[in-house]
Design a protein around this ligand. Sequence first.
Ligand code: AMP
Ligand code: MG
Length: 410
Amino acid sequence: MDCCHQPGLLPLEQAKALLNENVKVITKTEMVGLDSALNRVLAADLISPLNIPPFDNSAMDGYALCVSHLPANQQLPLSEKVFAGDVNKHQLKSKHCVRIMTGAPLPCGADAVEMQENTSVDGSLITFKQPISIGNNIRKMGEDITQGQIVISANTLLNSSHIGLLASLGFDQIAVQTRLKVALMSTGDELIAPGNPLSHGQIYDSNRFAIKAMLERLPVEVLDFGLIPDQHSLIKQAFEQADQQADIVICSGGVSVGEADYTKLVLDELGEIGFWKVAMKPGKPFAFGQLKESYFIGLPGNPVSAYITFYKLALLVIAKASAWNYQAPPQISAQTTTALKKRPGRLDFQRGIVSTDAQGQLQVSPTGNQGSAIFSSLSQANCFIVLEQERGKVMAGEWVKIELFASPMI
Ligand code: AMP
Ligand code: MG
């Protein structure tokens, strides 16, 4: 694979382009029930079988009338009541009005609804206290969605609002892409699974849990291969098993050049893997390529680097292979409240907290120490401060690009 032989530091945009070139869609389509469609990739454009609303109806509790029938004294006798759920077709009696509830079908011949707060009732005579315009408080058939319209495009990752939309259109089965199987493991003799006591020199394995938590929001099934010690034979065995069971194998640690970094050695034996030095910070070491049956992604061991390279690179592999048209969140500008350390050479994803100042302008502050092992810098943040590859030190008050973390809705 020519993607694997780039000399020097690879700009992030080039790394992304190489992933896009080398990864193929490997999902198929299947039908799932509406209750299982969240976080799945829609397989085909979804065409509306209905108008929404399906019939003209009232937006208010009040009175339906025909505006041109309203006499100078603004009074009309009441003829009947229509409730939401009434399936009879009602006809407005000439020079009468109808008591109507929110969501009830508009009687034929009515062209407006007046809210009850603007009326007074005297027995069965209704007085309309204000002038009324045609169309007032009517939800017109098809004003939201018209029958035959594309309502959700193919390759969209379905979120909670899509699920509501699908339900409103009456779908209980949806064609989606199958979920990819992603094998996940951590390597490192120093790592201990949470819940066990630590000895001096040991740390808890956090990468596997952080990455797993991100994977759980994606259209994949996670196969947790646990912790693999820094031993050639055990790493090889784990990679072989993962390759047989998964579509994508993700491993953190061991992709740099330490003496216990066996990943490269093993991968040279098993597949075609490129070790990239991506011009991003945190991040740099990143491995990508192919085992016999699966794509392989090697993330750096440092927790912030693992997290951000997963988010900026591995996510693209998962998206492409799953036929998901993933779009990174847009970048916007904010003024930094403090100076930011930066050297030219790598695209920097500092972690920041964005807020608005007294004038309503966006301002951003870094979350303290930006080292690639400082995970608290990430968990306190709500955005990345994206500092361009060639940019140097940033002074307080300068404008910077920020990228909000992707959680627009739950
Ligand atoms: P490595 O890439 O294996 O050289 O690891 C780089 C740094 O990240 C070392 O300080 C490791 O202890 C740390 N590290 C590696 N894997 C993990 C992990 N799964 N969880 C937390 N820290 C890790
Ligand atoms: Mg290691």
